[in-house]
Design a protein around this ligand. Structure first.
Ligand SMILES: [Zn+2]
Length: 358
C-alpha cells in the first residue's frame, strides 16, 4: 500500500458505513432507505464502478420509479439494466430519469432509458446543453485546441501532443446521443418524488452545473460526484474555459452542504453509502489546502508551469490518459492561487504559462 492509499484508507475509516461491506449484486439492488434502492454497475476504467439509484415514485397517478444516473452506453450496462428491469422494478415502469451531471458514466444511457420507457430526462440546463454538444462534436476531449492548450501548460513531447491532436470522439463513444428534450433542474428547486420533497443543490467546479438531491424527510443526500467518501472529486480547467477557477468554485460549492445534518445518509456516485458528511467536507477542504500549499512551495522555489507541478500533486507515474486529467487538475490548483492573488502568471517565449509568487 502506498503512503497516499494508506492515507486515503485512514480518512475513509473516519466515516461510517451503515451497510458495511455489502454491495449490490450485478443486476440487483440493495434498499438503503424507504423507497430508495442502490444499484452498482461496472465501468471499464480505473474508476471501475458507478452507483445509480432507484426512487419509488408516482407521477400523474402512475406508480413507478425515478432513476438517478444511468452508466455509460456499453453492452454490459444495457444487460445489467435489463436484469434490473426484470428483478427490481416490482412490475412497474420507469417514469423519469434524473441525471446529476454530464459526465459519460452518469448520462451515457439516458437516451436509451428515456426512449425505452417513454420517460422524460431531468437535468440542469447547463449540463444538458454541454452533453448534447459534446456527443455531437468530432473530437471532444482531443483535437488541435486541446493539444495547443496542453502545450501552453507545459506538455512539450511531440508524440504526446500528436496523440491528443488525433484523439477522436471519446465522449460520443460513451454517450452516443442525448434525449431530444429535457426538464430543467435548478438550484434550490424542490421535486416531489414518491410523495417526498427532494431539494436540488447545485455544485460547480466538477461539471458545469452538477445537481445533488437532498430529502430532509428521509435524511438522504444523493451527492453525485460532489462528495465522495474515498477519492477526491476531479476538479480541472480545460481549453473551453481556459481562465476558469474551478477549484474555488468547487470549494465554495462544498460549503453549500454544511447546513445538512451530519448524520445524513450520503449516497455517492463512487464508493459506499456513508454518514459523517461534515467530517468528509473537512477532509476535502484540508486535502486541497495541503495541495495548494505544496504547489505554492514549488512556485516559490522557481516559477512553474502546470506540467511541472504534476509530480507535486500526483506521487505516482501517470500514463498519457491520466496525464491529461492530471494536467487539468494542476491548472485548477495554479489558477486558484492565481485568482486569489498569491501567484502571477507570465507567458514565456515558448508560449508556456509560468506561475510565480506575487
Ligand atoms: Zn463526474
Amino acid at each position: 500500500m502506498t503512503a497516499a492509499s494508506s492515507l486515503a484508507a485512514e480518512l475513509e475509516r473516519a466515516l461510517h458505513y451503515p451497510l458495511a461491506d455489502a454491495l449490490p449484486p450485478r443486476g440487483g439492488a440493495i434498499a438503503v432507505a424507504p423507497g430508495v434502492k442502490w444499484l452498482r454497475m461496472a465501468l471499464p476504467f480505473t474508476l471501475d464502478h458507478i452507483n445509480l439509484w432507484l426512487l419509488r415514485d408516482r407521477i400523474d397517478g402512475r406508480e413507478g420509479w425515478t432513476v438517478v444516473d444511468t452508466c455509460i452506453d456499453h453492452p454490459q450496462a444495457r444487460a445489467d439494466w435489463e436484469q434490473v428491469f426484470a428483478a427490481e422494478l416490482e412490475g412497474l415502469p420507469v417514469l423519469r430519469v434524473i441525471v446529476t451531471h454530464m459526465h459519460p458514466d452518469h448520462v451515457g444511457l439516458a437516451h436509451w432509458l428515456c426512449e425505452r420507457w417513454d420517460a422524460p430526462l431531468w437535468m440542469s440546463a447547463t449540463d444538458y446543453q454541454a452533453a448534447r454538444y459534446a456527443c455531437q462534436v468530432v473530437n471532444s476531449f482531443g483535437g488541435d485546441r486541446l493539444a495547443d492548450y496542453f502545450h501552453s501548460h507545459g506538455m512539450t513531447d511531440a508524440g504526446d501532443l500528436e496523440q491528443i491532436r488525433n484523439r477522436k470522439s471519446y465522449y460520443s463513444s460513451l454517450v452516443p446521443a442525448l434525449p431530444p428534450s429535457f426538464a430543467r433542474l435548478m438550484d434550490c428547486m424542490s421535486l416531489t418524488i414518491g410523495g417526498q420533497a427532494w431539494r436540488c443543490i447545485a455544485g460547480y467546479g466538477h461539471a458545469p452545473e452538477h445537481m445533488a438531491l437532498y430529502c430532509e424527510a428521509l435524511n438522504v443526500l444523493i451527492s453525485g460526484d460532489m462528495v465522495l467518501p474515498r477519492i477526491s472529486t476531479n476538479v480541472s480547467v480545460y481549453e473551453m474555459e481556459p481562465e476558469a477557477d474551478s477549484l474555488t468554485l468547487f470549494l465554495d460549492s462544498l460549503e453549500r452542504f454544511l447546513p445538512l445534518p451530519d448524520d445524513v445518509l450520503v449516497l455517492p456516485s463512487h464508493g459506499k453509502p456513508f454518514t459523517g458528511l461534515h467530517t468528509r467536507l473537512r477532509q476535502l477542504r484540508e486535502h486541497h489546502r495541503e495541495r495548494l500549499a505544496e504547489v505554492m512551495d514549488a512556485a516559490c522555489a522557481a516559477p512553474v508551469c502546470a506540467y511541472d507541478v504534476l509530480p507535486v500533486l500526483f506521487k505516482r507515474p501517470l500514463d498519457l490518459h491520466q496525464t491529461t486529467f492530471a494536467l487539468g487538475e494542476a491548472v485548477a490548483h495554479l489558477h486558484c492561487l492565481w485568482h486569489d492573488g498569491q501567484l502571477r502568471r507570465t507567458r514565456d517565449a515558448q508560449g508556456i504559462w509560468r506561475f510565480a509568487p506575487v
